[in-house]
Each structure stands twice: as C-alpha cells, then as structure tokens.
Design a protein around this ligand. Structure first.
Ligand SMILES: C[S@@+](CC[C@H](N)C(=O)[O-])C[C@H]1O[C@@H](n2cnc3c(N)ncnc32)[C@H](O)[C@@H]1O
Length: 324
C-alpha cells in the first residue's frame, strides 16, 4: 500500500479569519500585503485555506478523538475518498493518509503545496492582487474566464485561491463544463487580502501527503486493507454536487455504498456522511446517526435552518453512541 505522511492540508475562509487575529505587524488593513504576522497557533493547526461546501469542520471535535483512537488501536491507514479541505482528516492527524478528490483545481493546489510549499502560488497571488482592493467586478470576470488548462500549475492554483477568496460567499461552484459560475461578492472585493498568507501555504505544504491526491474515490478504496479507516464524504444525494462538471449520479451513490459495504465486510472501519435521502443505501449494513449542521447553503436566508445529515458507522472499535 502506498504510504503518505500527513497531518495538515488545506483550509477555508470563515475559520481562517476567525482564528487568525494578527497580533503584531499586521497589514491586513489597506491594500498592502501582510508582511509580519505572528502565528497564534502551533505547527499542527489545521490549514483552512479556502471555503468549501460540505466541509466537516462542525463535526471534527465530536468525531476526531474516536477516529484517532480507532487508528491507534488498529495501526491502520486513514483513507479519505472525498478530501475537499480535509477538515476531519487534518484533525484526526493520522500518520498515514491516502486521499482522493475529483476537483482538478483543488488538486492543482495540493500539487503546488507539496512541490514548493506554495511559494510560486503565493507569487502568482500577489500578481493577481495587482493594485489591491477595492477590486472591480470586471477584474474578477477577467480572471474567471482564464482557461485553467492554459495556465501553469502555480497560476492555476493561485487562480483557484484568488477566485475562491472573492466569489459570492466564498463558494466554488462549477457548471457542467467544469467552469466556475459564481459571481463576485461585493463585500469580498473590498477586502484587503481575503487569501491565505504565505506562512499558511508553507505550513500546509510541509504537512501534505507524499503522493498526489487520486482523482476518483475508486483509486483509494481499492487500496483498503483490514484495520484501515475509510472516510466517505461525497457530494450529498439530492444536495449540492457542483464541485465538478461530472456531478455525482445516483448510480455513483449506489456503487459507493456497495464498495463501502464490502470494505466493512473485509475488516475496514467505515465512517460515511450523506444526506438523509441516502439512508436506505447504508441502513442494511451500518449504524446510522443524525447530525445537524448550519444550513448556510440556501440562497434564501429564511430557509437556512439547521440541516440534518446522515452519519453511517461500521466496524469502529470505539463506541459510536454519542451523537455529535
Ligand atoms: C462534501 S465535499 C467533501 C468535503 C470534505 N470532507 C471537507 O471537509 O472539506 C465532497 C467532495 O467530493 C469531491 N468529489 C466529487 N466527485 C468525486 C469523485 N468521483 N471522486 C472523488 N472526489 C469527488 C468534490 O470535489 C468535493 O471536494
């Protein structure tokens, strides 16, 4: 089995700003770049470089200790089929992680962080920053229509971070052709620097897996061995799935649930997330729980109440009774 040493990977923006009140030498105000900012967290603080729909930050405190204890007991690897920001993966902080994500821009960022700690990405971000805030909507549109395939890898990763930082609500949502189709956020256009700091990119890069992310969950699940722990957090059935142009079909949900069931039979532990609509795919072979997350994805504020999501557990050595 391929081995990756990991602890920290990526990041998203809400936490990013909440957690990093600069304590000295900040230049976040105005249009100049941040130059000297004291890191208020240690080296192992999860990196939160961009906002990502469906990220599991809200479940980390409840789940990570159980899952870490399971891995300490079995000595197995952590396998993540749908990595995204890697919220839970980073918090578990397993010595070995094998992961996949189908979003090619996110994978480009991972590759760059691993290659040089994001040094070139940061340089490209500074170039995109140009004259600084406030930015015009036209500038956002100009960068948005740049074809990612025509860009160098650092420029592609920087474009991803730049547009994520300025998109409406910080959401990355693509059309069927895989092109970002989110308008700019007027509030964000006026932020001084709504992007990761150089130190954050470098910190994320130091703690990435040794090998690239697989581009599909099948590449990871086929490496599962008894004792491993598999995290499965796909685009939710009947929910947001515009992470990639390919989307995530009902047939994919069936294939995924079946693959996970077989892994559980072979002695792997499985922790699977999905919407309540997917319960029938997991009920026959897993223990189900319900967790609630803030419903910020709805464009109508009056419909943003807590949203129930399904958690399916199989083969965990730790008790799973405490609902998150
Ligand atoms: C719900 S999000 C995962 C969020 C992640 N757990 C986090 O905390 O940030 C679903 C992820 O699945 C990815 N994805 C979609 N189709 C995929 C596929 N066929 N194989 C692997 N990843 C896929 C998306 O790009 C997205 O990052």
């Amino acid at each position: 089995m391929a081995v990756n040493h990991i602890s920290t990977v990526l990041d998203s923006e809400a936490l990013h700003h909440r957690h990093r009140a600069p304590t000295e030498g900040t230049s976040r105000s105005g249009s100049s770049l941040p130059l000297r900012i004291t890191e208020p967290f240690g080296e192992r603080r999860p990196a939160h470089l961009f906002r990502w729909p469906g990220a599991k930050w809200h479940l980390c405190a409840a789940l990570a200790p159980r899952l870490r204890a399971h891995l300490a007991d079995t000595g197995g690897c952590l396998l993540s089929l749908f990595h995204g920001t890697g919220a839970l993966e980073q918090t578990i902080d397993a010595p070995v992680l094998i992961a996949a994500d189908a979003n090619p821009d996110l994978r480009a960022l991972h590759a760059e962080l691993r290659r040089d700690g994001g040094a070139e990405v940061f340089h490209e971000l500074v170039l995109l920053h140009g004259a600084g805030a406030p930015r015009a909507r036209a500038e956002y549109e100009r960068v948005r229509v740049l074809g990612p395939l025509a860009l160098s890898s650092p420029a592609r990763a920087a474009r991803f971070l730049w547009l994520s930082g300025l998109a409406f609500n910080g959401i990355w949502r693509v059309n069927r052709a895989g092109a970002l189709n989110v308008p700019p956020d007027p509030r964000r256009l006026s932020h001084a620097w709504p992007f990761p700091l150089r130190s954050e990119l470098a910190s994320a890069g130091r703690q990435l897996p040794a090998q690239p992310l697989f581009d599909d969950w099948r590449g990871v699940i086929e490496q599962a061995r008894p004792g491993d722990l598999i995290l499965s957090d796909p685009p939710y059935l009947s929910g947001f799935d515009a992470y990639t142009g390919a989307r995530f079909s009902l047939a994919e949900h069936h294939a995924l649930a079946d693959g996970l069931r077989l892994c559980a039979l072979r002695g792997c532990a499985v922790v699977a997330f999905n919407s309540a609509d997917a319960r029938s795919l997991y009920q026959p072979w897993a223990d189900l729980e319900t967790a609630f997350r803030p419903g910020r994805m709805n464009c109508r504020p009056d419909r943003r109440g807590p949203v129930g999501e399904m958690l399916a557990f199989a083969g965990l050595r730790m008790a799973t009774s405490a609902a998150p």
